[in-house]
Design a binder for this molecule. Structure first.
Ligand code: ING
Length: 308
């Protein structure tokens, strides 16, 4: 089995005015630090190249498209791929993808240690709303700007480890982890941009949000005997606070490393993937214990139906 030092490269705030080049320079600094500390995989947040633009109502799609990448590597990110290849470090990061067919996705890619993209994921669970909501303290228009992901939940064998990806809100849905757990996943990378306050329920503060982020990531790891790396874009973006709380979780659900700031911050853990085997062959030996004949409702029914 494989051991790997994994780095979570939390990013602090990215302002609307910050260029891709400025952000990539910050990502390169984290990459260099991670490599110097022995990491061979670096995980960046969701929408790592820009501010969390779904907080803004933009009626003009020409403006919306300025937040998207039409190719990857793009001009601005090519230095990141090239440096990662020089260092022999795999990377994973999220960005807004505009396809040649004109489709908009909230996307994440993963490379091998040669800087080659080996996996792509498009965010399935999109929170928020489509139309401008006057009741909200701020907007969350992911359902307006992105299509639901069309690639499903896949895994890839990367550097000997079965790896998968999810993005932000996906981490709150157990189906996300189980779809990859049923493929033998040993590491799931999850970038996120989570507002520190609730746009609809002002009483919900960041303590509760940090708790729910941990709860989601730790339960997903434990219930599928997999490592999980959750990495935030944190800090205050044009007056809008995002939580930090990046963590690396082991297959027993224990937190191995946690970010302490809301800035650019590296967290690292030495991950021994042999630790996945015990859970996968005992309590979460899916073949021995699951009873799929009773689970049909999970895929046949979308919302709640109350019949009692
Ligand atoms: N952000 C948030 C997330 O799931 C959210 C949206 C926050 C939903 C808190 C529910 C509660 O972390 C993104 N980008 O999905």
């Amino acid at each position: 089995m494989t051991r790997m030092i994994i780095a979570g490269a939390q990013l602090g705030a990215i302002q609307k005015a910050d260029s891709r080049d400025v952000v990539v320079a910050r990502m390169l600094a984290l990459l260099n630090e991670a490599a110097s500390r022995g990491a061979t995989l670096v995980v960046y947040p969701e929408l790592a190249l820009t501010t969390f633009f779904p907080r803004w109502y933009m009626p003009d799609w020409n403006e919306v498209d300025t937040w998207f990448e039409t190719e990857m590597p793009s001009r601005a990110t090519l230095p990141l791929f090239e440096r990662a290849r020089e260092l022999g470090v795999a990377i994973s990061f999220g960005y807004a993808e505009l396809t040649p067919e004109g489709q908009h996705f909230n996307t994440s890619i993963m490379t091998n240690r040669k800087g080659e993209i080996i996996g792509k994921y498009r965010k399935v669970h999109l929170p928020g709303h489509v139309e401008y909501d006057t009741e909200r303290a701020f907007q969350h228009m992911e359902k307006r700007y992105f299509l639901p992901g069309d690639l499903g939940f896949n895994v890839w064998r990367n550097e000997g480890v079965i790896m998968g990806m999810a993005i932000c809100n996906d981490r709150r849905w157990p189906e996300t982890y189980r779809c990859m757990g049923l493929q033998g996943v040993e590491l799931i990378t999850i970038g996120y941009n989570t507002p520190a306050v609730n746009s609809q329920m002002s009483a919900e503060g960041q303590e509760k949000r940090l708790f729910h982020s941990d709860l989601s990531l730790q339960s997903g790891a434990y219930q599928n005997a997999s490592f999980v790396v959750g990495v935030a874009k944190a800090g205050v973006e044009d007056g809008h606070p995002l939580i930090g709380g990046s963590i690396i979780v082991d297959p027993d659900g224990f937190v191995l490393a946690r970010a302490e700031t809301e800035e650019d911050e590296l967290i690292l853990a030495d991950c021994d993937f042999a630790k996945c085997a015990f859970g996968k062959t005992t309590i979460f030996d899916f073949e021995r214990h699951r009873r799929v004949e009773h689970y049909g409702r999970i895929t046949s029914q979308t919302g709640v139906i109350i019949e009692v």
